[in-house]
Each structure stands twice: as structure tokens, then as C-alpha cells.
Design a protein around this ligand. Sequence first.
Ligand code: 3HC
Length: 284
Amino acid sequence: MISKVAVIGAGQMGGGIAQVYAASGIPTYLYDTRAEAVKKSIALSEKLLTKGVEKEKISKEDKTRTLANLIPVTELSALKDADLVVEAILEQLAPKQELFCKLDEVCSADTVFASNTSSISITKLAAATKNPERVIGLHFMNPVPVMKLVEIIRGLQTSDAVYERSKESVIKLGKTAVTARRDYPGFIVNRILVPMINEAFFVLMEGIASPEEIDDAMRLGTNQPMGPLALADFVGLDTCLAICRIFHNELGEDKYRPCPLMVKYVEAGWFGKKVGRGVYTYFQ
Ligand code: 3HC
């Protein structure tokens, strides 16, 4: 039974994950070392929930209850009674391993440690902790409150009990859980999605079509809600490139090589929507 959740990292993903757990009725800590980031994230949740009330998707009481369940925290020691911790910090191995090692000292022996990583090995993350059987991947999709899927990734060491408890918590969110039975780079969604995005950059680089034409082709021709280049801007080109590089290095096949045009955009700092410029330009 999961009766208290802690989400680590008050970025776009962490904030969304905390909001959906809080909305499911579970008291949820939102932890970040930066108090400002926690405050900003909860303010954004409030704005989204208010929109939900205005559109009559949720009641006023739902909004009030969700906000009351969101507990801002800036000290790791406060997370000691969490049954499930979901980390959504920087997409790098060392900081994630370091965090789980710290949490080993804070949390009880049966707290589940989940990572929202999009591409790092759960097995490798688990290996750095005292109790690797409790480590699992819970990969949420962006925007978290809207997307219906959570991928569950079993590391080599993940126990059946931890898997079952994690799955139960996802189902309680009203989302669908799909399990990656093996822990290979990109799991299911990104293994398929990111090479498609990369290929869209090759199509652009080769002058086959303009960004708008590529996105229209895929939106209208395959019923995707947004085209691959708009999606790259939405996810972040830096994130897409980092995932391409992991595929290329770890799967060792040339078909995963990052498109040079994507590399150039990232070198230029054109990371996408979050900085106002990617393949497209955004006015913020
Ligand atoms: N947070 C919460 N709600 C949001 C939101 C956000 N950031 N952005 C949009 N929404 C809500 C809107 O409020 C609206 O709600 P309503 O239906 O109750 O009115 C609904 O989503 C639709 O939004 P809009 O009408 O503004 O715009 P669209 O119809 O164009 O939808 C979209 C926007 C939901 C982002 C849609 O374009 C979409 O589904 N795009 C694809 C997203 C996707 O593929 N995500 C996965 C990325 S891969 C990933 O996350 C893995 C990672 O590891 C890389």
C-alpha cells in the first residue's frame, strides 16, 4: 500500500508527477533544493487545476484537495515516511545514484525507489544502492496530467513485490501501465519515438521538406497530435540528442547516430520551446 509519495525535482516532469499523485488522493511531498522551484511548480499546478475547474473537468473540491495534498519540502530528511519516492532530477547517472544513496539513509527499508529516467539503465542505478531490489523505473510522459501512459521498467534486480506495488500506484492514478520487461536503452516509447524524431531532422537536413511540411505530413498522414519536429521542441532538443547518443553508444549501431542538424541546433542553444527557440521560434 502506498500512502505517502515523495517526488524529487520540481521541474516540468517532477511537478506534473507530484500533481497527479496528489490528485489521486495521496499526500505527496514535492522536494527540491531550490525553494523557489517548488513554489513555482505548485503555483503552476494551481493554475492548471483552476483551468480544470473553469472547464468543469474537475470540481472546486478536487482542486482544493489536490493542493492540500501537495507538500513543499526542501530537506531530504523530511521524506522519511514516504512509501514511494519518484526521482525526476537531472538526466545524468551520477546525480541520480548519489540521490538514491542519500535516500538509503533517510527512508525505511521497504520504500520503493522509482526513477523517471527516460534513458538511463535502471539496473545501473539500482546497483549503486544498498537495496537494489527496491529500484524501478516509472517513466511518465509529458505533459504528465494529460498523458495516459506510464511505462514501468524492471531492472535486473527489481523484486516482484516492488513491481506490483509500483504498478498499483500507477493504476490508482487512472493511467495505463505498460511494462518494459527488459531494461534496454529507451525502454519502449523512446526507443521508437526518438529515432523517428532523429529521422525527421535528417529529412529536414536533406532538404526534402520544410519543418511545417514535415510536421503536417506526420500529423495529417499518421494522426499524431503534433509533428515530430514540434514534438522535439516540446521535449527539448538537448534531451532528444542525449537520448540519441545513449542509443548510439550503448546499442552500438550506426542507425542510431544523431542527425548533425540536431547537433548543430543544440550547439546553438536552440533547445526548443523552453528557451523560445528550437526548430520553431516561440514568443513567451
Ligand atoms: N500540463 C497540463 N495540461 C496541459 C498541458 C500541460 N503542460 N498542455 C496542455 N494541457 C491540456 C490542456 O489544458 C487541454 O486540456 P482540456 O482538453 O481539458 O482543455 C489539453 O491538454 C489539450 O491542450 P491544447 O488544447 O492546449 O492543445 P493540444 O490539443 O494541441 O494538445 C498536447 C497539446 C496535449 C501537448 C498534444 O499536442 C499532445 O498530446 N502532444 C504529444 C505529446 C507527446 O507525445 N508527449 C510524449 C512526449 S515523449 C515523453 O514525454 C518521454 C520523454 O522521456 C522524452
